[in-house]
Design a binder for this molecule. Structure first.
Ligand code: PBG
Length: 340
């Protein structure tokens, strides 16, 4: 056993004695500039529809967005990421490839209201398809039906064409960053080729490079009204058990031309985030997903956690683990809390 008296001068507590000292030796800092705020835009007009499972978050119609995005920009948050709730869904999610679709319309409105705010378009089809899967499903009724592939299988390459087309439509509307989130093989390469062929070489791709099939997306599926009508997303999203595979997924996206990376969810995957940060020299974001947000809110509503402290601690943990950017529903609150 070590005799404490033998090390009389070793006292780490000295550096924690008061708030100013703790601030002097603080290794990680949080700032509104770290945050990306997710926004749900829906069809209709005059509606700000609160999302029951995500206290403080709403679905917005496009006409209600202007004040909201000006407020976000004024808080020092540099970017929003958009999710659409279209009026009509169909097998190919055609709202997403339509220049008059919900997200392209919202992008134009945001760029008009807050021209400097960076607009990220979540690029996936699950919010737009009637079956709720992230691309074209192999069904006998579909013109892409491929008899030798299993029924219900997500058709990879036809989905790539749609992703590239939708990305060009969103870039034309003014999106600064396209963020493919479907874990479709080759999605980054297909989108890069599509953007470049249409003159959008300056549009950035932020890939949801390591996205897990997670229970923590539960509240989002309410918010975006996009649960799969059959099966789940485990055939394309990653198995929570795998970290080496995440490194393979990230390496592929880097090779295909991703400009920024993302790990999702955040808190249960901080080891993956740290590993990605260590091995790849690209800006790396982490997505603190709907379930992480809802969980902290639910505990706080019961008086079991202090909302502000728990939320800021969760964000600090994500930053400390290596995130350059954090997608978080706490962005606005945290920006206010950090401003004191
Ligand atoms: C769509 C998408 C999802 C989320 C972001 N983009 C849902 C899913 O993959 O099932 C989840 C975000 C959240 O839970 O906050 N592909």
């Amino acid at each position: 056993m070590i005799e404490h008296a033998a090390f009389p001068t070793i006292r780490p507590r000295r550096l924690r004695r008061n708030a100013l000292l703790r601030q002097m030796v603080r290794e990680t800092t949080l700032s509104p500039a770290d945050f990306i705020y997710p926004l749900f835009v829906r069809y209709g007009s005059g509606i700000q529809q609160p999302i029951r499972s995500m206290p403080g978050q709403s679905q917005w119609t496009v006409d209600k967005l202007a004040d909201e995005v000006r407020e976000i920009a004024a808080l020092g948050i540099p970017a929003v990421i958009l999710f659409g709730i279209p009026e009509h869904k169909d097998a190919h999610g055609s709202d997403n490839t339509d220049p008059g679709g919900i997200v392209p319309t919202a992008i134009r409105a945001i760029k008009e209201a807050a021209p400097d705010l960076i607009v990220i378009s979540d690029m996936c089809f699950c919010e737009y398809t009637d079956h709720g899967h992230c691309g074209i499903i192999n069904l006998p009724s579909d013109r892409h039906y491929t008899a030798h592939l299993p029924e219900g299988y997500l058709l990879n390459d036809p989905t790539l064409d749609l992703l590239a087309r939708a990305s060009v439509v969103h870039a034309e509307a003014g999106a600064d960053i396209i963020a493919p989130s479907g874990m479709i093989d080759g999605m980054v390469g297909a989108i890069r080729a599509g953007l470049d062929a249409s003159g959008f070489e300056h549009v950035i791709i932020m890939s949801y490079a390591a996205k897990y099939a997670s229970a923590f997306y539960g509240p989002f599926r309410d918010a975006a009204e996009s649960p799969p009508s059959f099966g789940d997303r485990s055939e394309y999203q990653m198995d929570p058990a795998n970290k080496r595979e995440a490194m393979k997924e990230v390496a592929l996206d880097v090779a295909e031309g991703a400009d920024m990376l993302m790990v999702k969810p955040a808190m249960p995957y901080l080891d993956v985030l740290a590993e990605v940060r260590r091995h790849f020299n690209l800006p790396t974001a982490a997505y603190q997903v709907s379930g992480e947000y809802a969980m902290i809110h639910a505990a706080a509503a019961n008086g079991w956690l202090d909302l502000q402290r728990a939320a800021l601690e969760s964000l600090m943990g994500i930053k400390r683990a290596g995130a350059d950017l954090i997608l978080t529903y706490f962005a606005k609150d945290a920006a206010r809390w950090l401003a004191g």
